[in-house]
Every structure is written in C-alpha cells, then in structure tokens.
Write a new protein. Structure first.
Length: 155
C-alpha cells in the first residue's frame, strides 16, 4: 500500500440545480464512478491558484472563486479496478462560478481521462460519487448547514 498524502483542490460548480461532475470515459460503462472537478496542487502553488488552473485545463473555461467551503480529508482502500497513486488526500473544496459555462453548456473533452456530466442535485444518491461522503456533504455545504471547515472520513 502506498504511503503518500496528496493535496487536491475540488470545485463545486452548480447551475440550474445541477452539479458538474467528472468521470473517466475510458472506463467500462458498468464501472463508471464520478468525482468533483479539480486536481493536484503543484509544488509552490496556492490552493486558490490550483483550482482555477485545473478547471481551465479540464474545461477551457475561466472561473472565479465564490467561496472556500472547507477541507475534506479522505483515506481509502483503493478499488481493485482503479489504479491510484495514493490513498490519503486532503481536498480543498471551493464553490466556483463561470460566466462562460452553465447547465446547457457543451463541455469539451480536453483531457482524455476527464469527461463531464451535469447531475441533478436531488439525484446524487443515484450515482457512484467518490468519495461517497460527498453525497451528503455537498447539499449541506450548498445550504450552509455546516458548522465546520474540516470534514474527515477518518475516525
């Protein structure tokens, strides 16, 4: 098992009661899972710069940060069918906006391993969103029903 910890930025992007999620289109249809857009923070880069850079690289659109929502710590046992480089991560969560992108936008597939889908926020329970704790945390964050800025799946 790998012992590295990764620092990641993730964006919560909503439009018309839908959440933008990513998936790897190279995976078999019966093994698709979804995750929030974003990616790894590069050495010497701020988390704010990272989330904007990652979103631009993945979508081609410009974004602005609306607000910082918190840090989500995640430790997991990798799914055997998913190749990973780490199993412990700190995800800096941001609510972001784009003047260029909305629910009806066609999103280009710029990176071969990243494609997008808009999911109705009321249907998060119907998809395989990872980490699964985000299924309940995202609505709480969007409704401001949270008292903490650190969330963890580690007990």
């Amino acid at each position: 098992m790998m012992d590295s910890i990764h620092i990641i930025t993730r964006a919560i992007i909503t439009s018309n009661n839908h959440l933008l999620v990513c998936f790897d289109p190279r995976r078999p249809q019966n093994d698709i899972y979804y995750y929030l857009p974003g990616g790894h923070v590069e050495h010497g880069e701020s988390v704010e710069t990272s989330v904007i850079r990652e979103l631009k690289e993945e979508t081609g659109f410009e974004f602005t940060i609306e607000k910082f929502l918190g840090v989500f710590e995640h430790y997991f046992n990798p799914i055997s069918s998913v190749k990973v480089c780490h199993n412990h991560e700190y995800n800096f969560l941001f609510k972001v906006n784009s003047k260029e992108m909305h629910f009806k936008s066609l999103l280009p597939q710029i990176e071969s391993h990243v494609n997008f889908k808009w999911i109705n926020l009321n249907e998060l329970n119907n998809i395989r969103l990872l980490p699964s704790k985000l299924i309940t945390l995202i609505p709480e964050l969007l409704e401001h029903n949270h008292n903490s800025t650190l969330y963890s799946v580690i007990e």
